[in-house]
Write a protein that binds this ligand. Structure first.
Ligand code: F6P
Length: 543
């Protein structure tokens, strides 16, 4: 059994024994024993600084975790990914998102083709198109320039673009409006377009497969909306619709000229695609040069991940810490808490990246696994979360490791805001780690009946990720950091981090139910009694 191969490994057994000894140890003691801990357990790489000292680890823990990575063959697995081996075994695909940000002239061969050349050819085509749209040279059907861009896509074809747009808004062309439509709930489309003029609106239909139900439904509504607003001339589609896809046939079936299609490849997973042509809306917003800086940031982190030894490799360390908490402490979730309002969609983006990648129940060779795989990732920007769910992180009964993200500089300084923001993130990490003892509470003069309520046990771990300021390069570094942390975890768990079979069953059932809801005659239903009943009730009330 492959399951036994991980939990039966000497390094795993050693970690179990080590956990039994360490689990009662408090971060207060760890800091008291080592005055230099807060400076020692830090790492600087690819422009990011990671303080991991507030984790429940000793030097021994780190050594054992690195030993586990070595026993699991992490280095060889990293090399295999960068080399273009077909490590997505269930789809028989290479996993080469790192080639999307390789510099011009680099070489990554796949089936006899240097994919980096292909990547740069598409980047060039995107840049030319973006320059035309941004300068007003690209005209809509009625001769007006494009002022509004609507990205239509879902999952990886939405979350990356919308996250990047929000994150890099400060660098975006402010005279242009960017909207993102993903949900098949018609409200998403209606709200996104209600104040837009079709004559000035460009739709980017983003779909790797160009078959996704939500995207194709929204794309059809977009075409109808645009044609209605532009007098019904089908020729208008060519000036108002472009596609980003790997499926040229479906794109042209939809009526988009493949000259207006920006391609990518099956070796780019949807959730790893924001730096491919799927980032067309990002490039339209921030321009090709800034998009290039973002790619350079990704590449810096790729190079660090590929070359740094595990003990000083930031994504490896973060991945190993996740394994430590998930598999040994039994932590079910991880909170990602950016203290930067522009990163408000970053946790949502990470949810797909982490959970679609590592939410798996079998090993690469299909054996059922008994250990935990991906944590549930969630979060909100600080300080908002402090006034809602932080109560549970501080005093609840669950252990929730936190990733804080902070920036030294505010993009648009406003009075004292940034200092206050940063004081809060530092305070939260300190409070979580060290808490407040009953004696300390009593010393404050608290009534005895309230003492227990006001105790903070502390010993709640966190990472602090620090960057200079949020810019395209930093965003690239940050996303690549998480991509590779996800890779590290998947490599330890021996799973395929690059497939997503878990989304298929619901999709197929929905396709079966649609005609049962829409059909004129009473359908013969063959579901369970609950689903049958819900379908009948809905049919009776839907209009
Ligand atoms: O349903 C899951 C998924 O396949 C994701 O992996 C992907 O990012 C999303 O759907 C969208 O797929 P596409 O880009 O092919 O429309």
């Amino acid at each position: 059994m492959a399951e036994a191969s991980l939990t039966g490994r000497p390094a795993w057994k050693a970690l179990e024994a080590h956990y039994a000894k360490l689990k009662g140890l408090h971060l207060r003691e760890l800091f008291a024993q080592d005055a230099g801990r807060g400076e020692r357990l830090t790492l600087e790489a690819a422009g990011l600084f990671l303080d991991y000292s507030k984790n429940r680890v000793t030097d021994e823990t780190l050594k054992l975790l690195v030993g586990l990575a070595e026993e699991c063959g992490l280095k060889a697995k990293i090399d295999a990914m960068f080399r273009g081996d077909r490590i997505n075994v269930t789809e028989n695909r290479a996993v080469l998102h790192t080639a999307l940000r390789a510099p011009k002239g680099a070489k990554v061969m796949l089936d006899g083709v240097n994919v980096v050349d292909e990547v740069h050819a598409v980047l060039g085509k995107m840049a030319t198109f973006c320059a035309k749209v941004r300068s007003g040279e690209w005209k809509g059907h009625t001769g007006r320039p494009i002022r509004n861009v609507v990205n239509v896509g879902i999952g990886g074809s939405d979350l990356g673009p919308v996250m990047a747009y929000e994150a890099l808004r400060e660098y975006s062309r402010r005279e242009m409006t960017f909207r993102f439509v993903s949900n098949v709930d018609g409200i998403d489309f209606v709200e996104a377009t209600r104040d837009l003029d079709p004559a000035e609106t460009l739709f980017i239909i983003s779909s790797k497969t160009f078959t996704t139900l939500e995207t194709m439904t929204n794309a059809e509504s977009a075409r109808e909306w645009a044609l209605k607003g532009l007098g019904g001339d089908k020729k208008a589609v060519a000036r108002h619709f472009v596609a980003v896809s790997t499926n040229a046939e479906k794109v042209s079936e939809f009526g988009i000229d493949t000259a207006n299609m920006f391609g990518f490849w099956d070796w780019v997973g949807g959730r790893y695609s924001m730096d491919s042509a799927i980032g067309l809306s990002t490039m339209l917003a921030i321009g090709p040069e800034k998009f290039g800086e973002m790619l350079a940031g990704f590449h810096e982190m790729d190079e660090h991940f590929r070359t740094a030894p595990p003990a000083s490799n930031m994504p490896v360390l973060m991945g190993l810490l996740s394994v430590w908490y998930g598999n040994f402490f039994g932590a079910a979730t991880t909170a990602v808490l950016p203290y930067e309002q522009y990163l408000k969609r970053f946790p949502a983006y990470l949810q797909q990246l982490t959970m679609e990648s590592n939410g798996k129940h079998v090993t690469l060779d299909g054996a059922e696994i008994a250990y935990q795989t991906s944590a549930i990732y969630w979060g909100e920007p600080g300080t908002n979360g402090q006034h809602s769910f932080y109560q549970l992180i501080h005093q609840g009964t669950k252990l929730i490791p936190c990733d804080f993200v902070m920036f030294n500089k505010a993009l648009t300084p406003l009075g004292r805001h940034h200092d206050i923001l940063i004081a809060n993130v530092l305070a939260q990490a300190e409070a979580l780690a060290f808490g407040k003892t009953a004696d300390e509470v009593r010393k404050e003069g608290t009534k005895e009946a309230l003492v227990a309520h006001r105790v903070f046990h502390g010993n709640r771990p966190s990472n602090m990720i620090v960057a200079e300021k949020l810019d395209p390069r930093t965003l690239g570094r940050l996303v690549a950091l998480y991509e590779h942390s996800v890779f590290t975890q998947g490599a330890i768990w021996d799973i395929d981090s690059f497939d997503q079979w878990g989304v298929e069953l619901g999709k197929a059932l929905a396709q079966r139910i649609i005609p049962e809801l829409e059909g004129a005659g009473e359908p013969r239903l063959g579901h369970d009694s609950s689903t049958n009943n819900l379908i009948r009730r809905y049919r009776g009330r839907r209009r």
